[in-house]
Design a protein around this ligand. Structure first.
Ligand SMILES: Nc1ncnc2c1ncn2[C@@H]1O[C@H](COP(=O)(O)OP(=O)(O)OP(=O)(O)O)[C@@H](O)[C@H]1O
Ligand SMILES: [Mg+2]
Length: 370
């Protein structure tokens, strides 16, 4: 079973290694196998919209035209998560009376600037997508490094946040249905010392409006947490073979193991330079082979033969250079790889993969590590 057959793929990896491109490539490749795919990207990757042939990506899912690339049943929808908009949509859907929450300044600050609020929202979006049976596969592209782990921790952290003693202290147990202002007179007065009265009132109003939603948030957080642990979920660790990236990737991998997860697949992107046949460049011809070749080409003796020999030497030197780069990368990839973790390498393309066809071609050129 390849990762493309799973229900959920979460791509994680260091910055700039090609997570977004690889996620999109896997999404197109799965569509080419007839699957109905949802691709959710979190970073504002403008080029991804271009690569998918869309004028722009939006918070809501949009169909990606795959004409001429994918035949048959497969299809692809993509969205780029906009934290604030997603949060607003969520509140609008969940709250009986969303307006007071949406207009509340504390909510606005919470939804826009709260560190990690994007992780909560990503989790909620993920919940919706994996429970949407119009999709067979969900591919989640994450922002670099630390924040990828934040998304994994978001379910547990949200549950903790909702139970946090500070909230309990303010509102006491069984807050729902009671007036927050009434129950928290002392806390309110205390807060007024550090914030203006109006702001305190808004803060209390926010918690009062938000509290009834907390059970739903907690339940969805649990469900998403379970989905991330499930065998139908594949974490794909994307990295490039340079040592700085491998260091970051190792940190992420440890982060996964620490959460009792492991990469189902390691993708080494931009891993090798290809020759004219798409094969990794290998060392060039040795001196005797070059001689043989020269004899075969049989230039007229004298200046022509001399010039041809010089040209062959120069080409061989360049090829050796590229082959050395490939060999060094291969060494680094092999020492990074671990028993029990599948790994593939993708070529360093001459041109950025900026169309669904190019993305599919990139994925089709994946090759195992020798
Ligand atoms: N195999 C490849 N060959 C050539 N160019 C590539 C390849 N993979 C990705 N690129 C290019 O490298 C750049 C970075 O790729 P991408 O945006 O996918 O990385 P990322 O890991 O998502 O970055 P970020 O961490 O900023 O989100 C893009 O310009 C992309 O087109
Ligand atoms: Mg990206």
């Amino acid at each position: 079973m390849t990762v493309l057959d799973r229900r959920l793929i979460v791509a994680v990896g260091p910055g700039g290694v090609g997570k977004t491109s690889t996620s999109a490539a896997m999404a197109v490749a799965a569509a080419a196998r007839g699957r109905r795919v949802a691709l959710l990207t979190i970073d504002p990757a403008r080029r991804l919209a271009d690569a998918l042939g869309l004028d722009q990506l939006e918070d809501g899912m949009r169909p990606v035209p795959l004409d001429g690339v994918v035949e048959g049943e497969g299809r692809l929808h993509a969205a780029m998560l906009d934290t604030k908009r997603s949060f607003d949509n969520l509140i609008a859907r969940l709250a009986d009376d969303p307006a007071p929450i949406l207009e509340n300044r504390v909510y606005q600050a919470f939804s826009r600037t709260l560190a990690r609020s994007h992780a909560y929202v990503a989790m909620e979006r993920l919940y919706d997508l994996i429970h949407d049976d119009t999709y067979d596969l969900v591919v989640l592209d994450t922002p670099p490094l630390r924040s990828a782990l934040d998304i994994l921790d978001a379910p547990a952290r949200l549950r903790a946040f909702l139970d946090e003693t500070i909230i309990a202290a303010f509102f006491g147990p069984g807050l729902v249905g009671r007036s927050a202002r009434g129950t928290s007179a002392i806390a309110g007065r205390l807060l007024s010392l550090v914030a203006g009265r109006k702001l305190v009132a808004e803060m209390l109003a926010f918690f009062e409006a938000f509290m009834p939603l907390r059970e739903g948030f907690a339940a969805r957080a649990s469900a998403t947490g379970h989905a991330l642990q499930s065998a139908s979920t594949a974490f794909v660790l994307v990295t490039a073979p340079e040592s700085a990236h491998l260091g970051d990737a190792a940190y992420l991998r440890e982060g996964l193991y620490a959460r009792e997860l492991k990469p189902a697949l390691v993708v080494f992107n931009r891993a090798f330079l290809s020759d004219a046949h798409g094969e990794p460049v290998t060392p060039a011809l040795g001196p005797s082979e070059r001689m043989e070749m020269l004899d075969e080409l049989d230039p007229s003796p004298g200046p022509e033969r001399f010039a041809l020999r010089r040209t062959l030497d120069a080409i061989a030197a360049v090829r050796d250079e590229l082959a050395t780069t490939n060999a060094r990368a291969l060494d680094a990839m092999q020492s990074f790889s671990r028993e029990g973790e599948a790994a593939v390498q993708l070529p360093y393309l001459d041109e950025e993969p900026l169309s669904p066809a190019a993305l599919l071609d990139l994925w089709n050129r994946a090759r195992p590590l020798p």
